[in-house]
Design a protein around this ligand. Structure first.
Ligand code: H2U
Ligand code: ZN
Length: 338
């Protein structure tokens, strides 16, 4: 099949979903037009920021004078750890269940003016350790069956504060997206005796055209089945179910690839590149998960400049996601900015 000029569907084996690719709609390959977007200059410390060291948050708690990362319980948590289990059901159609959980906020750095792309490697490596410690501690809570680590970056993604930070939500049930990935990875592992992501990673390294960057232990690529124009998938070369199983060099490798990828993103349209990113890891339900392969997804909304974004509306909202720019072209554009 001639991917570059034939409308086609691509299958996402990690979720079982399809994406429509319409490359013929792009008359010519475009470079990604660069506009001059004024970067607001931010102070290293903002007295009005509720995440900066020494400042007071909602509810009156004062942040410590932290030097690396700083983690606290979200003052406006979406979930609460306590509460009796209840359920309600009407005719098997209107169904509800109580859900317990824990919501944490992770400050990546005391510096108000930096983002992941601007942090030095040792700071990102410290963040990897913080994420790992948080994952381990939350996973150990008896009712927690899944831990979602994520970052929402940029106003376009609804992020409320430019101070570099992310969130962690630990839940009593495995949410839908990781549950779909769990089922697909389980089925693949039972059939082939290898992790799905491990096999895809090898294929991608052999092809090379969708790989953005790689190091000794991690690879970042635009998935064959990407929905978002510049979506990427990051995975360790060695199959491990969660972060706690990464060794020292693999944690260094994760810090390195996060740094390279986020700088490449910022360079693409010469802006502070917005995205939602997060890690998918095995459920923390105490069972064995040999089929799980830790990975991270970056879902950036931008399409052709710092201000022109992709909307998942119309056909995409009602039927299936669609893209014009091929994943191969997107990977090439990203590699050009490395
Ligand atoms: P986002 O900008 O990614 O939404 O993250 C900010 C989080 O910080 C948000 O979930 C919390 C909000 O509830 N928050 C506090 O915990 N304390 C505050 O004083 C303000 C905001
Ligand atoms: Zn701040």
């Amino acid at each position: 099949m001639r991917f570059a000029d034939t409308p086609h569907r691509r299958f996402n084996p990690l979720t079982g979903e399809w994406v429509l690719v319409s490359p013929h709609r792009l008359q010519r390959p475009w470079q990604g037009q660069r506009e001059d977007v004024a970067r607001e200059s931010r102070p290293a410390h903002d007295p009005g920021c509720y995440l900066c060291p020494g400042n007071t948050r909602a509810g009156g708690v004062r942040n410590p004078d932290y030097a690396g990362t700083f983690v606290f319980d979200n003052d406006f948590p979406a979930l609460l750890p306590e509460g009796a289990a209840e359920q309600s059901e009407e005719s098997g159609l209107l169904i509800a269940r109580t859900e317990r959980g824990i919501c944490r906020v992770v400050c990546f750095s005391p510096r108000h003016d930096l983002s992941l792309a601007g942090l030095d490697l040792s700071a990102i490596r410290g963040l990897v350790d913080t994420w790992t410690d948080e994952f381990r501690a939350l996973a150990a809570r008896d009712f927690v069956r899944y831990v979602q680590i994520f970052e929402n970056k940029g106003e376009m993604m609804g992020c409320s504060n430019p101070h570099p930070h992310g969130q962690i939500w630990a839940t009593e049930t495995v949410p839908d997206e990781p549950a779909r990935e769990d089922a697909c990875q389980r089925e693949h592992f039972a059939r082939r005796g290898r992790t799905l992501i491990g096999e895809v990673l090898e294929l991608e390294c052999a092809h090379g055209e969708r790989v953005v960057c790689a190091n000794h232990s991690w690879v970042a690529w635009v998935p064959f089945w990407a929905k978002w124009p510049f979506e990427t998938l990051l995975a360790p070369r060695r199959a491990v179910a969660d972060m706690t199983l990464l060794d020292g060099p693999e944690r260094d490798g994760l810090a390195d690839i996060l740094s390279r990828l986020t700088r490449c993103y910022d360079a693409l349209f010469a802006c502070l590149f917005p995205y939602t990113m997060g890690f998918h890891q095995a459920p923390t339900d105490g069972k064995a998960h040999p089929h799980w392969h830790l990975h991270a997804h970056f879902y950036p909304p931008l399409l052709r400049s710092a201000t022109v974004r992709k909307f998942m509306v119309g056909f995409e909202m009602l039927a299936t996601p669609q893209r014009d720019l091929t994943p191969e072209a997107a990977a090439g554009m990203l590699r050009a900015r490395l």
